[in-house]
Design a protein around this ligand. Structure first.
Ligand SMILES: NC(=O)c1ccc[n+]([C@@H]2O[C@H](COP(=O)([O-])OP(=O)(O)OC[C@H]3O[C@@H](n4cnc5c(N)ncnc54)[C@H](O)[C@@H]3O)[C@@H](O)[C@H]2O)c1
Length: 397
């Protein structure tokens, strides 16, 4: 395959503009295209105005029609609305207009790569390139592969990702890919835990206690309820639904009633002043928006806790084992990299497992499974219970 030098980005919104900038930064030719002329012009001007002296301003272009946008294009990355039908229709058109050798990629976070690849009419040249927000800062790109993909296309895409100094991880097309697949069940579990722990106690003080424990033990960068409020409980609700539906309503991924309750009440988080916590007037800065109680007073973490961080750790690790067990990744390190770079966790799940002690985690998980009357959420992955030589080697490194 040819080297990727000319890249076209379709959709110049938050992600498209950020991806274009990340590529332009490394001296490759980028063409932006958007149906919305104002959005296109504004993104193009912003990128150009932020170009450093060493960047060649002639390497960023904009096109006002799809045909021109696809001329001499080695790789097209689509970053339009998250709608399967709209994306399929767009790729049907691209499939008819683009050169024979053009590689097609979508930045979808949740839709089936396989379905969009088929719609393009050129599945062999199609893959997912899932950049994270904000693309200029986040180094991770999930490269999503599917059965019909030609190996040289993957190789060219890998070389391209290295050229723009991003870190690629490879995963098979599966709901949530790697990062969301592990993160969403963990946040969901945190809501199940909260519901259980808050009996006879206030929800906010219980959430704050758990958030504080998770952060002070350096398990996650941010406590799960703070993270849910920052991400948006509406977003958490929709993405967890994609995973639940994607796995044919497997009860393992069923949303916690408390998460559903917050969503139904419109408690979407920081952006609307109320999520799990309450927020003051300026809901954007976590430092000036500490967790508040119903009276608007800052919550002081209580001294004692009966929440065991192993309750969450064991779910993180079990889900990670499942991702390997299902063949979504081939390399355990891809899970480590994905979670460290995609969520900025202090350490990936397998390092977490190693440091906590694999047997300690497994014992705790089995206990949760039995005590809960065999809830599918706690059913240990068979890879976890029967560690293969391969995995033992990984853990003994
Ligand atoms: N926002 C995120 O945090 C994030 C993170 C990772 C991936 N994604 C994915 O990236 C994609 C884009 O998300 P976004 O947040 O940048 O959206 P956005 O709404 O900011 O931008 C979408 C842009 O696409 C344009 N558009 C829509 N239909 C078009 C068409 N047919 N042809 C050309 N342009 C068209 C719109 O005018 C708009 O400018 C989605 O698939 C989303 O799931 C988003």
């Amino acid at each position: 395959m040819n080297e990727i030098k000319n890249i076209t980005i379709i959709g110049s919104g938050i992600m498209g503009a950020g991806i274009a900038h990340s590529i332009f930064k490394y001296g490759l030719d980028v063409t932006l295209y958007d149906l919305n002329a104002e959005e296109l012009k504004s993104s193009y001007n912003t990128i150009k105005s932020k170009a450093r002296k060493k960047m060649d301003p002639h390497k960023i272009h904009m096109a006002t029609d799809l045909e021109t946008a696809l001329m001499n294009c080695d790789l097209v990355i689509e970053a339009i609305y998250e709608d399967l039908q709209v994306k399929c229709e767009l790729f049907k058109k691209i499939g008819k207009l683009a050169d024979e050798s053009t590689i097609f990629a979508t930045n979808t976070s949740s839709l089936s790569i396989t379905k969009i690849a088929q719609a393009s009419g050129r599945p062999g040249q199609f893959l997912g390139l899932h950049f994270f927000n904000p693309p200029l800062i986040m180094r991770l790109v999930e490269m999503v592969i599917h059965e019909g993909l030609n190996p040289p296309v993957l190789q060219s895409a890998k070389t391209f990702i290295s050229a723009i100094k991003k870190q690629a991880v490879i995963c098979r097309d599966s709901p949530g890919f790697i990062v969301n697949r592990i993160l969403l069940p963990v946040i969901n579990e945190a809501f199940y835990i909260l519901e259980k722990q808050m009996i006879n106690r206030g929800e906010i003080e219980t959430a704050n206690e758990i958030d504080t424990a998770i952060v002070s033990e350096e398990i996650l960068l941010m406590g799960p309820y703070n993270l849910a409020d920052l991400t948006g409980i509406d977003t958490i609700f929709h993405v967890s639904n994609i995973i639940y539906e994607g796995f044919q309503k497997n009860p393992r991924y069923k949303r916690s009633p408390l998460l559903e309750k917050h969503f139904a009440a419109g408690h979407y988080g920081r952006k609307c002043g109320r999520g799990v916590y309450y927020y003051g007037n300026n809901a954007n800065d976590p430092d000036i928006n500490p967790p508040l109680d119903e009276k608007g007073e800052r919550i002081v973490p209580p001294d004692t806790t009966d929440f065991d961080t192993l309750d969450l750790i064991s779910v993180i690790i079990n889900e990670s084992f499942r991702v390997v067990e299902e063949g979504i990744v081939e390399d355990y390190n891809d899970i480590e990299l994905a979670m460290e770079l995609g969520t900025r966790w202090p350490r990936g799940p397998f390092r977490m497992a190693k440091e906590t002690g694999l047997h300690v985690v497994l014992k705790h998980l089995i206990q949760l499974y039995e005590q809960s009357g065999n809830q599918p959420r706690y059913e240990p992955s068979s890879l976890f219970t029967g560690l293969t030589e391969d995995l033992k080697k990984f853990f003994n490194k």
